[in-house]
Design a protein around this ligand. Sequence first.
Ligand code: 13P
Length: 248
Amino acid sequence: MSRKPFIAGNWKMNMTVETGTKLIEELKPLVKNADCDVCLCVPAILIPAMVKAAEGSNIHIGAENVHWAASGAYTGEISTGMLKEYGVKYVIIGHSERRQYFGETDESVNKRTLAALDAGLTPIVCVGELLEERESGKTNEVLDRQLKVGLNGIEDVSKVVIAYEPVWAIGTGKTATDAQAQETIAYIRKKIGELFCPKCAEKVVIQYGGSMNAGNCKGLMAQPDIDGGLIGGASLKTDFATIVNFNK
Ligand code: 13P
């Protein structure tokens, strides 16, 4: 089992060309000796400038979403080809904010994921339960559905990154405990093993996301099934470098 840790930021709808460039300049020397893969997923319009800012460093620039069609009448959407023009490798798909506010479904997540893989991009597929779902004991049921439908038809599941983001932990400062995150991520791995094969599931990089920060990253990253983090708020500052250097 040799999964390389993967720390990714999700800037969401934050930063500008100026503030983003400044942050990347600050981060570059701080993360250059990282033992993990490092990525910042940024608003689409910032991708060209951030790719330029990150040039020559180990920081990959990723996207926050991608459409399944190659081109066409899909106002407001972005294609895999457009991302690849800038050398983008990673793309977040099915973030809970997309599901909550923009009508994303497990089916649309699946279409976007298949298109990303088809184009040679690495999708970071987000799954996770709402507070009421956890409280009513439905967490596993929700994850089963999100994984079964979201990953349907994938040929090589090891090419997908999964981000487990309990919705109640996103932007709330309420992180899942190390044990809660480990237990749920181990469940996700087991489920992927059932849907695909246990050996393939061992290869899948699974991140935790939800109020992960410079203070709690070490404990989370020490868990055997947690391979990385998807970082919101803390990726907007140099704290992101502390998370990237979680093992130093
Ligand atoms: P926060 O780290 O701000 O809780 O956001 C997590 C997240 O949604 C990353 O995709």
